[in-house]
Design a protein around this ligand. Sequence first.
Ligand code: OGA
Ligand code: ZN
Ligand code: ZN
Length: 406
Amino acid sequence: MNSAPQFAEQTASRLEIPDMGIWPVTARIHGTRLLEGDIVIDWDDGKSSHFLALWLREQCPCTICHSEITRETLIDITDIPVDIYATDCRLDDTGYLLVTWSDQDHASRYHPGWLRANCYDDWARAERGVQLPTWDSQFSVPEFDALDVLQEDETLYDWLVALDTYGLTRLRNVPLERGSVAHLAARIGTIRSSNFGTVFEVVSKPDADSNAYLSVELPLHMDLPTRETPPGLQFLHCIENGADGGESRFADAFHAAKILKEEAPEVYRLVTTVDYCFQNRAMDCDYRARGPLIELDSNGNPLSSRINTFLTAPFTHLPREDVKAALEAKHYLMRLLNEDRMRVQFKMAPGDMVAFDNRRALHARTEFFPNTGHRYLEGCYLDRDELGSRLRMLERAKLGAGQVTR
Ligand code: OGA
Ligand code: ZN
Ligand code: ZN
């Protein structure tokens, strides 16, 4: 076992860390040891990280294994023997971990902050697998000034953290021009177009190809459940809302999942495992997709919902008794989502924009009456990837890549 040298500053050089991190050292390496060819690090806070040799070798940040230009892997990873093992591991005098390998005399050097940030022992995965907070009718929707979001990265960051955490935010003071929704989207990333356009207009019209373009009530739903991967974000910018009615309502599908897990485990099992079917039969397109109403991640936390009762396609892939149970489970979930205790409701004023996670915060609209005034919204979609990337870029600029938290 080696004990850690006294190092002044542990920073990673640009060339050695393919994801360009300056990794903070949140714990120091107390010692390193080999365990059947794998590498174990004992940290000075009493925790240990056990790195599988093959995992660590694949991540070697050296400039033979990675391009200095692209920071992408250059080697053919299948050239690494799957039974590779470490022949030596120790700390160098700057506090980096040095490993020599059984294969090809290769040696690798790892930043201690990177090792800590990426270790995957049970305790580390448990720390990362914490469920997001969920909300109900008591939620006060986080609000931000759109001009600040457009001009200041600090406010942009705060807005995006709120969007990522709660899946529902409201911007005020959005310029009333058409196209403003696209300017706000551009603060995050690339818009995801659909058959409804790059920016779509929500207005009642005679040749509607979506219930959204009628004036009827829209029950709680997400948009585009008919796509293999529905868009992760939706923005709706209110330019005019002069007609009676037309209020906006939201409910957190992840909160419903939490309640079902406790109170109705069989319903929870069905809505998280059965594939439900969706279709959108327009005059010039025909989209279909299926998936669970609530999809769980590998930690068992809700990852995504796929809920829309006006784009339901028939089940054709299940025996009758399974269909009955699946439909009853859907009714149970929808009744829960529609309870008053679940709902946040308000009427958007001109200059408001709601930005929400389309695969989490279900949205609804009460009926409106076009003969009483004009209602005009513009909307667009983005993928969650854009939000994740922008957040990481803002954190990288603010804190250094090692502190990217998502
Ligand atoms: C939609 C929609 C809400 C509204 O266009 O998909 O849900 O308030 N619109 O009109
Ligand atoms: Zn290497
Ligand atoms: Zn919608």
